[in-house]
Design a protein around this ligand. Structure first.
Ligand SMILES: O=P(O)(O)OC[C@H]1O[C@H](O[C@H]2O[C@H](CO)[C@@H](O)[C@H](O)[C@H]2O)[C@H](O)[C@@H](O)[C@@H]1O
Length: 274
């Protein structure tokens, strides 16, 4: 990989849960280790780096706490990216702002108009499922996660029916699945793959044949980003999985500890490659 990468502009995209932090029982305690934080910081100092997660953007930042990184939350529906206006993306979803140091950044939120419905749905889901033990509903801002990791097997069907009954009232939303989680998302043409393309474009690398994007992720929603890299015919889609599985990724790492080793090696190589 590194011999192909020589002289190319590497751009690094990382998923969060299951990639930078191990999958744990409590979603609120999916902390990132200090060595992982240092490795991501090193990577971000050398290569443009973005984290694309299903979590809300604020929550991922709370876990990662690095200002060197770009963040895309809600499966890419809430991007804080570099300050470059793009004609190919709808201006009505983009706003620019200044950070504490006076640097400009862009917020891109293509699912803005769904926010009121998401708020209503959250309330309804909480009300409908509060009698089922172990359910946890997570507000990911532009999408909702219904966690069932702690739900008894015999209650799962009831939970699924209740979620479907709420969803039936909101035809502009659909359900996807992750690791012991049902995710409710607005039905718009936007996913982690689109977020990857958006960030490549805003960073100014979209059409460059000299760019080598690396995307590392563990979940089904990361497949959209793997697919983008496959169809562009450049870059390294890397799945994090300890068992073989069907995927659009071309490479694999077994778990977050291997992701850490990979990032450390990449940072070391980057430092010696100029
Ligand atoms: O795109 P990601 O950053 O991978 O986010 C996907 C979902 O991750 C989180 O849930 C998963 O990780 C939890 C903590 O390890 C685990 O308890 C849960 O069972 C997993 O599904 C997050 O809580 C979800 O909101 C994200 O959508």
């Amino acid at each position: 990989m590194m011999s192909i990468a020589k002289g190319k502009r590497i751009v690094v995209f990382l998923d969060y849960d299951g990639t930078l932090s191990p999958i744990v029982d409590d979603p609120d305690r999916a902390f990132m280790s200090d060595p992982m934080r240092s490795a991501v910081r090193e990577i971000a100092r050398q290569f443009p780096t973005a984290i694309i997660s299903g979590r809300s953007r604020d929550k991922v930042y709370e876990f990662v706490k690095l200002d060197e990184v770009f963040y895309a939350g809600s499966h890419g529906m809430d991007i804080r990216g570099p300050p470059r206006q793009l004609r190919s993306y709808d201006d009505k979803y983009q706003t620019s702002a200044l950070d504490e140091k006076g640097n400009e950044f862009i917020i891109f939120q293509p699912a803005q108009e769904f926010l009121p419905a998401i708020k209503d749905m959250l309330k309804e889901l909480e009300k409908k499922t509060n009698k089922i033990q172990g359910v946890m509903i997570e507000d990911n801002r532009f999408c909702i996660s219904v966690h069932y990791r702690h739900v008894q097997e015999e209650d799962y069907v009831t939970l699924q029916e209740k979620v479907q009954s709420v969803l039936a009232k909101y035809p502009q939303f659909h359900l996807t699945r992750g690791k012991k989680v049902m995710e409710i998302r607005p039905s718009i043409e936007w996913n982690k793959g689109h977020a990857l393309e958006y960030l490549l474009e805003t960073l100014g690398f979209a059409s460059s044949s000299n760019t080598l994007p690396i995307y590392i992720g563990d979940d089904w929603t990361d497949e959209d980003a793997f697919q983008v890299l496959q169809s562009r015919g450049v870059g390294y889609p890397i799945i994090v999985s300890s068992t073989p599985r069907e995927t659009m990724a071309l490479y694999s790492l077994r778990d977050p500890s291997e992701v850490l080793s990979f990032l450390i090696l990449l940072a070391r190589w980057g430092g010696s490659s100029y």
